[in-house]
Design a protein around this ligand. Structure first.
Ligand code: HEM
Ligand code: MTE
Length: 473
């Protein structure tokens, strides 16, 4: 469509309401869907994409992927999108933020620099594999620029009888046997905002969307380490370093126990693909380590160096962050040296629809409402059950699960769930109900009821029952 004009993403962004006209993009096409929007069979959901890309939504709502719908869309074509992938302004050239990638408008930042954002949780439980553009982003530093042909990964298997450090190019990593694993990644601070409502904590205010589930592919770390002569040792660690540097030139870093890295059932991989596509820059292009079942912080992006050592990573994020404490520990008494770094995450769940405060229609035939969400546990523990209550725990209703058929101990993906909750006459009359959800994992670990008893000053491990109050119609 060379005959059509070219528009910048910023121009498209301005057309995000009927009075400013509604433009969207799909691939490199720009479309004006103002008149169509009123008649859209999917209703006003279309407005979520106003001024931005529809691609990630159509990855969720697959009924669009037909020739008829594509032809319909093409009839609204008004131009082409300038293929710019970096979001910067002229003044920023030379600053560490000049090369930040462009992000989908739906990722609403909790902080812009570094970029931290989660998708609207109403979308999260719609699809088992979270579309890459809508996957939460948690960056501590500017996103590094790594040219694929210059990329190198150093693997230092330790001194002694072991071999010299190994250096691998991207092509060499891709030439190794390809291993695929479904794994959810969850930030240690997911659901922090609920913990904050008990008492203030230090940290970004995450909702329940700092989690995503993807199919990751790459080379197995255990194979590489074994080939380098690394032997099992319960007291050793594997340290990962990223290419993102802090102002004192220290890289982002984290470590995991060597036993997890060497275990073939640990499924630790040097990933170059996310949901069958190359990693995006925000998610670690060209290589990140995926440590399934382990807190997001150890899944180091833009991986440049792996070291087998007799100590954990000495980075700030391993030593002085991402650790849990008693509710009575405060900033005067805290000693980060005395607590263990978070590795496997505890069992959790969240209600994704309906949203808090939403008006929900009770099914007139049977008097039920439908509730959907996700559940996940760390350490490869499978979700066995998700229980819902609408009457503060007097009666519980078991949700139906959608999950991968992976063995327990190696069940790293999340589970989506749907529950039908009966509404009582009383609740109907009061026109409201508070829904609670709790998940049970394969060790029969269950979420704690209240945040009061798990509160901690950093607001991590926020896994109490998810409670959502909705209005009834
Ligand atoms: C359904 C077109 C954007 C969500 C449909 C259908 C069409 C359509 C033709 C009917 C498909 C069928 O059942 O055969 C479009 C076009 C869009 C657009 C041209 C261009 C902007 C979106 C977006 C979303 C969305 C951005 C979500 C965020 C839905 C949903 C349905 C639907 C949920 C199913 C409705 C139902 O079956 O009840 N759309 N759509 N659409 N669309 Fe879209
Ligand atoms: N790796 C590097 N190099 N730099 C980072 O800032 N953030 C970590 C981890 N890996 C981070 C990193 C944290 S705290 C989380 S929760 C996950 O990446 C987030 O991964 P995502 O942005 O792909 O969702």
């Amino acid at each position: 469509r060379k005959d059509l004009p070219t528009y910048k993403a910023e121009q498209v962004e301005q057309h995000n309401a009927p009075d400013k006209r509604i433009w969207v993009t799909f691939g490199l096409g720009v479309y004006d869907v103002t008149e169509f929007a009123e008649n859209h069979p999917g209703g006003d959901k279309i407005m979520m994409a106003a001024g931005s890309a529809i691609d990630p939504f159509w990855a969720i709502y697959q009924q669009h992927n037909t020739l008829e719908v594509l032809e319909l869309l093409e009839s609204f074509r008004i131009g082409n999108l300038e293929g710019v992938t970096v979001a910067n302004t002229d003044e920023e050239l030379g600053s560490p933020w000049a090369q930040e990638p462009k992000r989908h408008a739906l990722l609403k930042p909790a902080s812009k620099r570094p970029f931290n954002a989660e998708p609207p949780i109403g979308l999260l439980a719609e699809k088992f594999y979270t579309p890459n553009e809508l996957f939460y982003v948690r960056n501590h530093l500017p996103v590094p620029v790594l040219a694929p042909e210059e990329y190198e990964l150093e693997i230092d298997a330790g001194g002694g009888e072991q071999k010299e450090p190994l250096t691998l190019t991207l092509a060499q990593i891709k030439a190794l046997p390809k291993h695929t694993v479904t794994a959810a990644i969850m930030c240690g601070g997911n659901r922090r905002s609920e913990m904050t409502s008990i008492k203030a904590v230090k940290g970004l205010s995450w909702g329940a969307g700092a989690v995503g589930n993807a199919k990751w592919s790459g080379a197995r770390l255990c194979d590489l380490l074994r080939e380098q002569g690394v032997q099992p040792n319960e007291s050793m660690h594997v340290i990962f370093e990223g290419a993102d540097l802090d102002p004192t030139s220290h890289p982002y870093g984290a470590s995991i126990p060597l036993s997890k890295a060497l275990d073939p059932r640990g499924d630790v991989i040097l990933a170059y693909e996310m949901n069958d596509n190359p990693l995006t820059r925000d998610h670690g292009y060209p290589i990140r380590v995926i440590v399934p079942g382990t807190v997001g912080a150890r899944n180091v992006k833009w991986l440049t160096r792996i070291v087998v050592a007799d100590h954990e990573s000495d980075s700030h994020w391993q030593q002085n962050d991402y650790k849990g404490f008693s509710p009575s520990t405060d900033w005067d008494t805290v000693d980060f040296g005395k607590a263990d770094a978070i590795q496997a995450m505890p069992v959790t769940s969240a209600i994704c629809t309906p949203l808090p405060g939403e008006r929900v229609k009770v099914n007139p035939q049977d008097g039920y409402i439908t509730v959907r969400g996700y559940a996940w546990s760390g350490g490869g523990r499978k979700i066995l059950r998700v229980d819902l209550t609408g009457d503060a725990g007097q009666t519980w209703h078991v949700a139906e699960l959608e999950q991968e058929d992976a063995p327990d101990g190696r069940h790293y993906g999340w589970s989506l769930w749907t529950a039908r909750l009966p509404i009582t006459k009383d609740q109907q009359e009061q026109e409201q109900v508070e829904i609670w959800a709790k998940a049970v994992d394969s060790a029969y670990n269950v979420q704690p009821e209240k945040f009061e008893h798990i509160w901690n000053l950093r607001g991590v491990l926020a896994n109490a029952y998810h409670k959502v109050k909705v209005k009834l119609a």
